[in-house]
Ligand binder design. Sequence first.
Ligand SMILES: [Zn+2]
Length: 254
Amino acid sequence: MQKPSSRLLQHFPQIIHTFTTRHGGVSKPPYSSNNLAFHVGDKPEDVINNQRSLARSLGYELKKLVHMRQIHSDKVLIVDTTLHGFEHPPECDALITNEPDIPLMVMTADCTPVLLFDPVENVIAVAHAGRAGAIKAIVPKTIRKMQQHFGCKREDIRVVLGPSIQNCCYEVGEKIAKEVTEEGFGFAVVERQGRYYLEVNAIIHRQLQDLGIRHENIEDLSICNACENDTFFSYRADNQKTGRIAGVLMLKQP
Ligand SMILES: [Zn+2]
């Protein structure tokens, strides 16, 4: 399958965005080849190489990139030029900025990478939303922070859900299915032949709807990275030892 791109975001000349695939890097198996994460056991020099190539292809300075030590939390951080987020990635699961030339990166291998953009206030955000993060409302909390700190209006905010594991492949045990239901998200549990499957993006969609984000401003790429394991890393399909793909968003200098 081809490298995915957001039709919603590609119309805005003031930003650059991308979702990477597992191809085009230098990492060796099981990280082959374009792994962008340092914490998964890959050789650091290979990861740096992959990160450098991505920075070059998108036209940003690598040292300005901010990525995260993602912990499946609801912690949202506002980023400014004082943060050296490449060397010392902050511990959180969402980043927001209105500063140009600071690329924000979310890394995933089954969880949903979410890119957010308000073209009126020129504010961008990225969020990491797996089952835990979605239940903790990481995406609504990111949007509320965009509203509180930058005056973003819900009708202006664009939201894109990147490649992530979908209910075709995300089987969970009865205990988790029950927990998710008890949290009020039973609609995201799919039962097939006595087995339970989870649709994390259904939780995110419901939250976006509750926040009043416009339907036409939401784009779900609807790509299952586990089905498309030839193109994307998948924690489950690759038996846990694998790399990470990235969603990247950056505001350009006006
Ligand atoms: Zn699938």
